[in-house]
Structures are given as structure tokens and as C-alpha cells.
Design a protein around this ligand. Sequence first.
Ligand code: NAD
Length: 282
Amino acid sequence: MALARLLEGKPVAEKIKLEIKSQAQKLKQQPVLASVLVGDNPGAASYVKSQAKTALELGIIYKLFQLDKDTTEQALIDFILKLNLDKTVNGIIVQMPLPQHIDCRKISESLAPFKDVEGLHPENTGKLFLSRSGFASCTASAVMELLNSTGVDLYGKEAVVVGHSEIAGKPLAFLLLDKFATVTVCHIGTSKAGKLEEHVRRAEVLIVAVGKAGLIKGDWVKEGAIVIDVGINRIGAKIIGDVEFEKAQKHAAYITPVPGGVGPLTVTMLMRNLVEAAKLQQ
Ligand code: NAD
């Protein structure tokens, strides 16, 4: 039995970056992404580094604003409102996680929808529901690009999404519906009811975004399935996904490695949204 083909994010990202770079060069002004970092979360600091590097590579100005960890929710909202009005800024990203005293939902809602390059504002999530163009979640768009890179037509395929978060599972369900896949969304309730395995076994396209190492057993994977593992789990010094990779690879036709699958594409999707925002604004 042949092993699944690896769906690596980097080569897909490189192709899309060429297009973004050429679009950015056509703009009257260099596009600007404002990045707001509150406090000193090490995870958020590492995202900032990778975003700054990609922005530089693509000819995008990356302006980092570092706010104290004790910044109040209202002070952060006021800061964002100023960025909303700043004509030199095309897009805004607020780094997650935010300190616990700040409600992320209120922060997303304070963004101007046309600068919300992460697709978190209700207007953008609403547009996704209505299949209208807006900014879609970068993680969900990254998954769709990986699926697209296989050349497999999703029309009528059994797609199973495990995880129903606002940044991954829910937007993915809508993006897959737009491709006319038959979509099942599983979550903690599915597992608690003991039904996760039966849904996963049916999946011709399986997308897992939970954050639990080994949740999906390799031998549940259907022969010839496409498996996209969004999960990131740090086990000691190692990073692994939610799917038992080695076993799943024996059944799937395509599978993403973790790390190296969805991750490298997510920042590229952010920059694509930013250049799109700049185009619309200019
Ligand atoms: P989240 O915590 O917001 O949502 C987790 C989801 O998993 C929920 O829908 C929950 O119901 C479900 N769930 C929890 N336990 C379950 C179980 N036992 N069985 C079935 N479903 C279960 O998580 P999130 O923000 O969507 O992130 C999910 C994972 O994806 C994390 O590991 C995160 O680090 C990773 N992630 C990766 C990228 C990337 O670029 N590669 C981007 C975003 C998130």
C-alpha cells in the first residue's frame, strides 16, 4: 500500500506569494499592516516575527504597536478606533491570545470591517455565511488552498470537519459548502456521544482543528481520503497534530505534515487579505 502524498504548505504559499507581491507592487502606495500586540505572550511574539518576515518579503509595511499587558479593554478599543481612522493603515491584526481581562469578541467588533484582514468582524463572518466576498479566516482559507492544490473536485464529496471554532471549523464548513461538498461538523459533543469515529470513517475529506494530540486514530481514516490536520500540540520539544500521522498516512491519499502543513500558509493568507484591503481602499 502506497503512503499518502504529503500536502506541504510551503510550495503552495510560495506560488501565492508571487501573486501577492505582484499585486502589492501595482498599488499606488506600499500597503501597510498594523499589528497590535498586548503584553508579552511568547506565542504571540513568535507570530509577530513570522508576520514581519513575510511582510518584508512581499513589500508590505509591517507596523508593530506594543501595548502594556495592563492595557484596559477600553484603551485597546480606543487604540483600534484610531487605527480604523488612520488612512495610512490598510489592515489591522490584533495578536492573540489577549490578556484575560480583555474580551476578544469586543475587540473584533471594534475593527473597521474593511480593515479586518483576519476576517473576525461579524460583518465579514456574515458575508462568509452569505457566500459574498469579504475577508475569510486565514486558517480556513489556508485549508481551502491546500485542498485546491490537490486538484480534487470537492463537489459532492463527504467532508467531515472536526472542531467548530470561529477561526477554523465554522468558516471551513461554509467554504466547503460553497464547493458543494456534503459537510458534517463534529465537536466535543460528537465525541461525548461516542460518534466521532463513525463520522471520521465516512470522510473523503477530513479536516481536524481541535488541539488534542492523537484524537483521530490513524486506522479511522478512509482509504484515499484527503486529511488536513490543523491541530498544533507541543509535546516536549516536538510539535504534532491531532491525527496519528504515521498510521493515517497508510490509508490517506493526501495528508498534511505537522508542522509544515497549514501553518506556513496562514500568514500568506493574512497578507493576501491585506493587499486586497489596500486595493479596495486605494
Ligand atoms: P478551539 O479551542 O477554539 O476549538 C476547539 C474545537 O475542538 C471545539 O469545536 C471543540 O468542541 C472541539 N473539541 C474539543 N475536544 C474535542 C474532542 N475530544 N473531540 C472532538 N472535538 C473536540 O480551537 P481552535 O482555535 O480552533 O484551534 C484548534 C487547533 O488548531 C489548536 O491546536 C490550534 O493551535 C490549531 N490552530 C492552528 C492554526 C495553524 O495555522 N496551523 C491556526 C489556528 C489554530
